[in-house]
Design a protein around this ligand. Sequence first.
Ligand code: BES
Ligand code: MN
Ligand code: ZN
Length: 497
Amino acid sequence: MEFQVKSGTPEKQRAACVVVGVFESRRLSSVAEKLDQSSRGYLSNVIRRGDIDGAVGQTLLLHNVPGTLCDRVLLVGCGRERELGDSQFRQIIAKSAIALSDIGVADAVCYLTELNLKGRDTRWKIRHAIEAAQDALYRFDKLKSEKDTKRRPLRKFILTVASRRELTIAENACKEGTAVANGVELAKDLGNLPGNICTPTYLAEQAKDLAKKHKHLKTEILEQADLEKLNMGAFLSVAKGSRQPPKLIIMEHRAGAKNDKPIVFVGKGITFDSGGISIKPGPNMDEMKFDMCGAASVLGVMSVCAELNMPLNVIGVIPACENLPDGNANKPGDVVTSMSGQTIEILNTDAEGRLILCDALTYCERYQPDAVIDIATLTGACVIALGRHPSGLFANHGPLANEITAAGKNSVDRVWELPLWEEYQELLQSNFADMANIGGKDGGAITAASFLARFTKKYHWAHLDIAGTAWRTGEKKGATGRPVPLLSQILLDRCAE
Ligand code: BES
Ligand code: MN
Ligand code: ZN
């Protein structure tokens, strides 16, 4: 789908459909008011009959509205005007996009971006309208033999601004929104692909393809032999339980000043997590194909910063392998030596994410990074602690945590900080190695982060536990593309500095 911005009065639009808002209860928005005047009260007449009262997400399609040049007018319920917030806004955009695509119109001009939203400007509204619309229309039917082919899918979605003076801002926001929406879509597609297709090798191919598309993006793949030379004993110990070769995927976008220290994103890329010898129970184990969603979000944000040609130095690092039980797999009690030299007693082979991440995090030291942010579907305990709305945030540097929290609010891809206090380190005590890879049943998300903290002392670091946010479970099972919007916002904010 293509997005555009424009300004102009609704009655003059020649599109297949014009979209305007109606507030609860039965109140026309100011743009709808304008249409009402040019149609000599047609809209207010319809509303008076009670077909739509304006509750959030209601829609009503009108044909042949007098005094207009468009084929149709779609009225969209926006709820009470005073209560119109971020989430209502995204909801009404999503509902409009779905209604338009159900009707089968090819192009539409949407005036909902002219509604007033507390604390949000034009740039925000345009960007989020694009993200919400593309998110709502996403389908994953690559692996279905019969696609649900609409006669005419919505091709062009035009968003309006109230005055021509805002057009430049809106055009930039349109580019940003489109890039972020595409990054989200890439992350969703990769997450939704099953483990037999989306292998470590497949992820590496995707990273190479991405580099081919963008001038400033370079990809390098480190193979098993390279990892051995680097002494990545923790990462390799997980990989050796699988027949798929491990990959360490490195992506570099260097469009910033030469001396600018890079920001590094590290994504957990377990393309399937069976638990290994500490095997997981059967129910819902299929969802462990989503255990590479951290990796997918890194590919997603690299595509965003390349597409927008951000003047920054950004690096993506993805350790990718499978976690399977095999004659050669890790066994409970095994002790391995990480790249950092620290030894680890593997008490549970299902705590594998931290084992591949710790070596990737040590690898990051070579970049002398400004900050490192890792993104991982790391613990079920994080879902228990926070539910599925925020991602868990941990950081060893207050300003970095604040930067991420603010970006979360702005992108509506939110985080909630959990403590990384020294006291938790005791829980990782081992009788046989420098540390154990699990901390018992208390504070599972925190002990996992505390484990990683032992490998990130040399730089500013934050960890995002996305176990509750990267995919939806149940009837709407599927990847969400989070936290690509959050990571993109962090970069956009840095561009603005
Ligand atoms: N990938 C899982 C975490 C996970 C589990 C995310 C369920 C979402 C839903 C991770 O590798 C894992 O298995 N973690 C264990 C850690 C435990 C063994 C200390 C967990 O959370 O149960
Ligand atoms: Mn696991
Ligand atoms: Zn895992």
